[in-house]
Design a protein around this ligand. Structure first.
Ligand code: HAM
Length: 432
């Protein structure tokens, strides 16, 4: 017996909801244009190994993975970054740097569905490839801020950390990368005690564990004060100190260029993905415990796919969560009211004329539909009201004889007879 509903975690978007998703996507795409990011389109299905490499245990375990009819191990993409790293390592390897790439589309993770967490979701993703400079990190942070501002959010903050702080400490203690990954995953899930136990069991010194404990408490919104404190906590670990310095430089640059978002620095912040090597961040709103966007620097991923060693970083904005958060913060899309015209022929023989007029209106960029349910004029007008049509054009035999039609403003409930040749102009002009 078939079940006539969507699979768990999958959704249909009806026109009202689809419009909101597309609105965010359009704003995100416009931002890409303004920052010089060229759009690319990559396949939804890729080799499992490409998507799994360095994605981290959590994502790996939740991939929609299967064997295709050709016997290949494949998966639905759980994110864009791996596909982009593949492209940069292969077809785009000779492109001049920096390379700026944008993509938007659907992604798949077998996550436990809950508010803001779906099995099919959408991201607007930006990757900046080829620069190891703090300018690149500052641009990605600026872009993240810019999108949230353009969408009209009033209350949000960006949580920032640096993978180099924790990894610097663990590496200096001689902890292997695999164990480092386990520790980072536990920290990402906020299982702090377990993370400290694994660190201890991996052979870290007493003072290392004490440093980590202190680090996990080092957080706050007074950015430069927190960074100073962090530097003091990690002073015995050279590359961790360098990571703090790198973060300071990035944030100075971002601040000085006029980007003013509330920043929460978390020295012990970790993200689920394994490929990060530098600054990492997430944007948050008080209405959600989960992030709206996430990103960071991944300087080793492209060489893993056989490319030249290439520094890179990026951010993915979760379109679904942005739409949900806009609703919670009562932020409405900034789209100008558009005219919407319904052409109503009075009688069968005027259908052709109605179609002809609709084509003419659309050619002048005015959205126009023709009544096609065979309704009487009064029924057609009440249907037009229900559909929030702004203007009705009534095509009647008498007016038509003089090349005229009746134009009705649906909101003001006023109508007048206008020359067909002036119809578009009259619609754009509004009522008398
Ligand atoms: P991510 O943190 O896994 O990072 O995902 C980024 C955003 O995608 C999240 O902040 C969230 O808005 C959205 N998202 C993730 N999973 C779900 C879900 N199950 N349901 C709804 N929305 C979800 C990445 O994907 C990295 N590729 C980001 C990146 C780009 N790093 C460097 N470049």
């Amino acid at each position: 017996m078939p079940q006539f509903r969507t699979l768990r975690g999958m959704r249909d978007f009806l026109p009202k909801d689809a419009k909101k998703m597309r609105y965010v996507e359009v704003v995100a795409r416009d931002l890409a244009r303004l920052y010089g990011y060229g759009e690319i389109i990559t396949p939804v299905v890729e080799h499992y190994d490409i998507l799994a490499a360095k994605s981290g245990e959590e994502i790996r375990e939740r991939m929609y993975a299967f064997t295709d009819m050709g016997g290949r191990r494949v998966a639905l993409r759980p994110e864009f970054t791996a596909s982009i790293a593949r492209l940069v390592a292969t077809k785009m390897r000779h492109e001049p740097k920096p390379m700026k790439l944008f993509c938007a589309g659907s992604l798949y993770r077998y996550d436990e569905p809950q508010h803001g967490r779906f099995r099919e979701f959408w991201q607007a993703n930006y990757e900046l490839i080829g620069s190891s400079k703090p300018e690149a990190d500052a641009e990605i942070l600026t872009l993240t801020y810019d999108l949230i501002e353009r969408l009209g959010f009033r209350n949000y903050w960006v949580k920032i950390g640096h993978v180099g702080i924790l990894r610097g400490i663990l590496a200096q203690e001689g902890i292997a990368e695999e164990q480092q990954n386990t520790i980072m995953q536990l920290l990402d899930k906020k299982r702090l005690d377990e993370a400290l136990t694994v660190t201890r069991e991996s052979g870290a010194s007493q003072s290392c564990v004490a440093t980590l404990k202190k680090l996990l408490e080092t957080r706050g919104k007074d950015v430069f004060q927190v960074l100073k404190e962090t530097k003091r906590v990690v002073e015995d670990y050279e590359s961790a100190v360098a990571a703090v310095e790198n973060l300071r430089e990035i944030l100075e640059l971002t601040r000085e260029s006029g980007v003013k978002f509330e920043t929460l620095i978390e020295a012990g912040f970790a993200r689920g993905l394994e490929y990060y090597t530098g600054m990492i961040f997430e944007s948050c709103v008080p209405e959600f415990e989960i992030a709206l966007a996430g990103g960071g620097r991944y300087d080793k991923l492209i060489e893993l796919f056989g490319g030249e060693p290439t520094p890179a970083l990026g951010v993915a904005q979760g379109i679904d969560r942005l739409v949900l958060a806009m609703k919670k913060q009562k932020v409405s899309p900034k789209v100008p009211e558009e005219n919407k015209v319904m052409i109503i022929p009075v009688g069968e023989e005027l259908k052709t004329k109605a179609f002809e007029l609709s084509l003419k209106l659309r050619n002048t960029k005015i959205p126009a539909e023709v009544e096609m349910m065979g309704r009487t004029v009064s029924k057609a007008l009440s249907d037009a009201d229900r559909r929030r049509v702004t203007h009705a054009v009534i095509v009647g035999p008498e007016e038509l004889r003089e090349e005229r039609v009746v134009l009705r403003d649906m909101k003001k409930r006023k109508q007048r007879v206008v020359e067909i040749q002036n119809l578009s102009k009259e619609i754009l002009r509004g009522p008398n």
